[in-house]
Design a protein around this ligand. Structure first.
Ligand code: THU
Length: 135
C-alpha cells in the first residue's frame, strides 16, 4: 500500500489486514496498519500456530513489514478487531510501537465497522522506557 491523507486509508488497511488473519485457535482476527514517516502504509495480521505461545500479534507483522521496507519511524497506527470491547494493542505491542515512535503517537482503535476511539501511545504506555533511555 502507498501514500494517504487522513486516517481513513489507514483504518481501511487495518480492517483489510484483519480479514487476512490466521487465527484458527483463538478465532480472534486482528489487523494492524502503520503509516511510516514516508507516508507509506504497512499492514499485518496476527499469525497463530499449533504451539500456542509462538503465535504473534498483528502489530508485530506490520512492524516487520515496515522495517523490511527500510523505515524506522511510525507516524500513525490503526488496529482493528472484532467483539464489543476495544481491541487495543497488547502490552508487548505497546512497547514494540514505542521503539519507533514517541508518546504522542496516535493510535486508532477500530472494529469491522470502522473507527471506535483514538488514543495516544502515551495513554496506553505512560512513563514509558524507550530507546532514548539508552543514550
Ligand atoms: N492480538 C493481536 O494481534 N494484537 C493485539 O494487540 C491483541 C491480541 C491477537 C493475538 C492472538 O492471535 C489473538 O489476538 C487473541 O489474543
Amino acid at each position: 500500500m502507498t501514500e494517504g491523507e487522513g486516517p481513513e486509508d489507514l483504518i481501511a488497511a487495518a480492517i483489510a489486514a484483519m480479514d487476512k488473519a490466521y487465527a484458527p485457535y483463538s478465532q480472534f482476527p486482528v489487523g494492524a496498519a502503520l503509516r511510516g514517516a514516508s507516508g507509506t502504509i504497512y499492514s499485518g495480521c496476527n499469525v497463530e500456530n499449533a504451539a500456542y505461545p509462538q503465535g504473534w500479534c498483528a502489530e508485530v507483522s506490520a512492524i516487520s513489514a515496515m522495517v523490511m521496507a527500510g523505515e524506522d519511524r511510525i507516524r500513525e497506527v490503526a488496529v482493528a478487531g472484532k467483539g464489543e470491547a476495544l481491541v487495543t494493542p497488547c502490552g508487548g505491542c505497546r512497547q514494540g510501537l514505542r521503539e519507533f515512535a514517541g508518546e504522542d503517537l496516535v493510535i486508532h482503535i477500530c472494529g469491522p465497522e470502522g473507527l471506535r476511539r483514538t488514543v495516544t501511545l502515551g495513554e496506553l504506555l505512560p512513563l514509558s522506557f524507550g530507546p532514548e533511555n539508552l543514550t
